[in-house]
Design a protein around this ligand. Structure first.
Ligand SMILES: [Cu+2]
Length: 165
């Protein structure tokens, strides 16, 4: 049984870990003050349709209690002030799933981290196109509802069945 579980782990869990960090904000510096997030974002591509999936996963890592993460609009980004109804994430390892194109803005609302420390990030998500052979609206003649995530979880379900038997 143990080898089977190890196999299952390798097949199912490892790709999920890889998927969970398309982009780690600030790379090894993480989500912090005095880091040029403009420059960081400029070197990255946030493209929805690639590698048979239709979303972008972004991870914000920081010491628990030191920073936080708030999604804001353009004016909130400029002013470093969040709207009252903007939720605050503060897990220390916040994962964001981006599924729509356009501009996304994030700030830290702790102290003067945003206004003085420059702890603010703007991401521009582009639509992109799926690779040939991948499931997607533009790559199939008939409309389909199968996306990369469905295939991924279908594969997990199949593997679980195999292991159980
Ligand atoms: Cu902060």
């Amino acid at each position: 049984m143990a080898p089977k579980l190890a196999f299952l782990f390798a097949i199912v869990v490892l790709p999920a870990i890889v998927l969970a960090k398309d982009h780690v904000v600030g790379d090894e510096k993480g989500w912090t003050i005095n880091f040029d997030y403009n420059a960081w974002a400029e070197g990255k591509e946030f493209t929805l349709k690639q590698q048979s999936k239709c979303l972008v996963l972004v991870a914000f890592n920081y010491p628990l209690g030191v920073h936080n993460l708030v999604k804001v609009n353009a004016s909130g980004f400029e002013s470093c002030i969040k709207e009252p109804n903007n939720g605050i994430m503060n897990s220390g390892s916040d994962k964001i799933t981006l599924a729509t194109p356009g501009n996304k803005w994030y700030i830290c609302t702790s102290g003067q981290h945003c206004a003085v420390g420059g702890q603010k990030l703007k991401i521009t998500v582009s639509e992109g196109t799926l690779a040939p052979g991948a499931q997607g609206p533009t790559s199939s003649a008939k409309p389909n509802t199968v996306n990369g995530r469905t295939v991924f979880f279908g594969a997990i379900f199949f593997l679980v069945l195999v292991v159980i038997n």
